[in-house]
Write a protein that binds this ligand. Structure first.
Ligand code: ATP
Ligand code: MG
Length: 169
């Protein structure tokens, strides 16, 4: 499965619906400090089911909702969808309905009152279904290596045995 598109709305700094298309050959997202690059990484982890607010650089899960700016009111909901190319990957039996689909999208929503929803191809599902969908595909919230800001610096400057520890992790 290959990441094709990421759609954000009301997530962190992305109040308006924003669509990022990852065509072949895209290897990076660049932009000035504070423009939202790390928020994109947070969105990918979040939609794949991340449950730790700390991992998403917040205190509570509702911190991912756009919390207003000088000119815009806070949003009542955050929504992220991740769209993948199926590339012929077989799906678990409960997803038989999507057997013919070329794209698989997963969506996560959270409301200010803390209620949340998960969807697969716009059909409501459980977090467990999302985990099962990715099982054995090599995709998952912990399957990709996300190297935090500042860690490269650490890798370069630490002693060899400590560096080895970082690589093993
Ligand atoms: P740097 O290059 O410094 O790492 P970055 O591009 O990674 O920057 P991010 O950390 O993704 O930037 O974005 C930071 C911005 O997102 C800040 O301006 C912060 O106020 C904003 N932000 C984070 N959470 C929210 C939220 N819930 N609502 C509104 N804005 C938010
Ligand atoms: Mg950053």
């Amino acid at each position: 499965m290959r990441l094709k598109r990421l759609e954000l709305q009301g997530f962190k700094s992305f109040l308006d619906r924003t669509v990022l298309t990852f065509q072949n050959g895209i290897t990076g997202v660049v932009g000035p400090n504070g423009c939202g690059k790390s928020n994109i990484v947070d969105a990918i982890q979040w939609v794949m089911g991340e449950q730790s607010a700390k991992h998403l650089r917040g205190e509570s899960m509702t911190d991912v909702i756009f919390n207003g700016s000088d000119t815009k009111a806070a949003s009542s909901m955050a929504e992220v969808s991740l769209v993948m190319d199926r590339s012929g990957v077989a799906l678990p039996p409960q997803f038989a309905a999507f057997e013919k689909a070329e794209e698989i999208s997963i969506t996560r929503r959270v409301y200010r009152d803390g209620n949340s929803e998960y969807l697969i191809n716009k059909t409501a599902c459980r977090l467990r279904d999302i985990h099962e969908l990715f099982m054995d595909t090599g995709v998952g919230r912990r399957a990709y290596s996300i190297i935090e800001q500042g860690q490269i610096d650490r890798m370069i400057s630490v002693k060899p045995d400590e560096r080895r520890g970082l690589f093993e992790e």
